[in-house]
Design a protein around this ligand. Structure first.
Ligand code: HPA
Length: 276
């Protein structure tokens, strides 16, 4: 896609939302990942817009990803929740994965709360636990900013120091603890997927300092930082990584765990919106 066409698509998507909900300008964005569709915070006066009604929006193809934009209010703040995201392994381009986030920035968000299912690389970080992301290792070998530079998006070479805002993370961890949810802090290694990693890759990621592995987050964090949006990411462990003890959770166990995690996450999001 040409950069001009891309910018046109972002503007069109934002204009569509502005037309559907006149005067709505969210300050906080939330992206709900795999298994977390039920974690939508308790919004007042909400409007639901299916992604299929937003021109230029990619289509979700993964079961369990709902494909809806939910706009509403909580604690006097305006909030935009993306129930479902786009993944590189589905065939979406890196710039299209970033499109919803860029649209949210055009609508006004200053802070984004990313969530995602991940595998654990550490014995002590177990399925069902949360991990607040401190930093990442981009093992996708792709960058969403490549060939899509436009001044209105920000710098061509944005730095990624404190990409995961330390102050916001402290608040997120405190809220998790308040609700007695098991929470750690750790480094996210991003892979393309869709295959899982080999045991040798997991040993390498552990040696590099990675704590969790996932197939999303990074293509959203990079453009968010370029646009000056503050980022916090809270991941949940759906499985131990390849080659590790207890690594073979079956799919129905993962879904069950996701439903339980969603309940906790909804409480965290409700509180986070107040303190963000
Ligand atoms: N690897 C990569 N991505 C994942 C995993 C994993 O083990 N679990 C959930 N997302």
């Amino acid at each position: 896609m040409e950069i001009k066409t891309y910018i046109g698509a972002v503007r069109k998507a934002a204009d569509c939302v502005k037309t559907k909900v006149p005067g709505f300008s969210p300050s906080v964005g939330i992206i709900l990942g795999s298994g977390l569709a039920k974690a939508v915070p308790t919004l007042e006066r909400s409007t639901v817009i299916p992604y299929s009604d937003i021109p230029g929006f990619p289509r979700t193809t993964v079961a369990g990803h709902m494909g809806k934009l939910i706009l509403g209010h909580l604690h006097g703040r305006s909030v935009a929740v993306m129930q479902g995201r786009f993944h590189y392994y589905e065939g979406h381009s890196m710039e299209n994965i970033a499109l919803p986030l860029r649209m949210l920035e055009y609508l006004g968000i200053k802070t984004v709360f990313l969530t995602a299912a991940v595998g654990s690389v550490r014995e002590e970080i177990k399925p069902g636990h949360f991990v607040a992301v401190t930093d990442h290792i981009n093992f996708m070998g792709r960058n969403p900013l490549r060939a899509f530079h436009e001044e209105e998006f920000g710098e061509m070479f944005p730095d990624l120091v404190n990409a995961y805002d330390a102050e916001l993370r402290k608040k997120v961890v405190a809220v998790c603890r308040k609700h007695k949810l098991p929470v750690h802090e750790g480094v996210y290694t991003a892979v393309c997927g869709p295959s899982y990693e080999t045991p040798a890759e997991i040993r390498a990621f552990r040696a590099w300092g990675g704590d969790v592995v996932g197939m999303s987050v990074v293509p959203e964090v990079i453009p968010a930082r370029q646009m000056g949006i503050k980022v916090t990411a809270l991941t949940w462990i759906s499985n131990m990584c390849s080659g590790m003890k207890g690594a073979s959770l079956n799919h129905s166990e993962v879904l069950e765990l996701g439903a339980k995690v969603s309940e906790g996450l909804r409480l965290v999001l409700n509180d986070f919106i107040k303190v963000a």
